[in-house]
Design a protein around this ligand. Sequence first.
Ligand code: F6R
Length: 365
Amino acid sequence: EKGGYDHFMLKEIYEQPKAIRDTMAGRVKDGQVDLSREIGLSEDQINKIERIHIVACGTAYHAGLVGKYVIEDLVRIPVETDIASEYRYRNPIITPNTLVVVISQSGETADTLAALREAKKAGARVLAITNVVGSSVAREADDVIITWAGPEIAVASTKAYTSQLIAIYLLGAYFARIRGTRAENELAHIVTALQQLPEKADQVLSDTTSIQEFAQEIARHEDLFFLGRGLDYAVALEGSLKLKEITYIHSEAYAAGELKHGTLALIEEGVPVISLATQEAIYDKMVSNIIEVKARGARVLGLALEGDQELHKSVDRVFTIPKTLPLLTPVLAVIPLQLIAYYACVSRGYDVDKPRNLAKSVTVE
Ligand code: F6R
């Protein structure tokens, strides 16, 4: 049942190229994204959307953070991403032209479902991104985009996250076409880049030796930091969650620009830092943050794009991922972080697929 892999988590990490492909299948044709068969929002309704709230828990919330970035960039609609257990109790501003997007792998998470119900009660239209056909979230939402990741068994979510990202890109590209916020040729370019992702994800998965070595190294530590800016920060949060939940190593993800505002005090000799530097527009800023932590003795793994000539000068180890559009890098950047958590967990001898105190589906508050 584990298909030759030692654990479900590793199997599911390796299933990501397929999950990405399957989530795009049938939704992309001739350089265009078409979701009109699955979401009932008319063009007029899409044109009238004034704000979007993305609501979710855990890893799905982290996908939602990428969603804010992507949708604001492509569609120019203000997006707020919120944790479901916060949203449902905080009297958010919901108008008839608010679209609420709930993201849930299982479609059964209690807080997410309650947030969906609150949003509907307040008059919002609710669109669900979920992996389970017929789940409560799928049944109660007005519109549903199914992620075709297939069953996810490991408690630590991996392929569900990357397919949620794909669903978000599709939604962004679809809305951008209808609202005319991006030119057809730009959107076709994004579609082509999306179609290349499965192959690039395969490439990331093809040689993980240096990731395994780094994972063994950090397995001896009790504290670790992830740094990133922009989309890399959203991915850093997900990498940090993955590490915490299965290795029990304390870790924090920081927006690198925040270092000076407190965190830098925690960096001392030998502390491992995973620095993401995949965003070209803010690359130099990231490098200067890396130099700051290096100067205080951190042991730094830099995650960069293929062809990077700079990072090895300032970090201890570099892992590269294939180039894609900046907007799409989270799909590839998260994979090494999932693998670091996995191999560090194996090295520590903990139960990969069933971490302590956690359940796959959180159906109670
Ligand atoms: C972390 C993880 C959890 C879930 C969260 C939401 O690896 O799996 O953080 O992402 O419990 O679950 P769903 O997506 O089923 O609503």
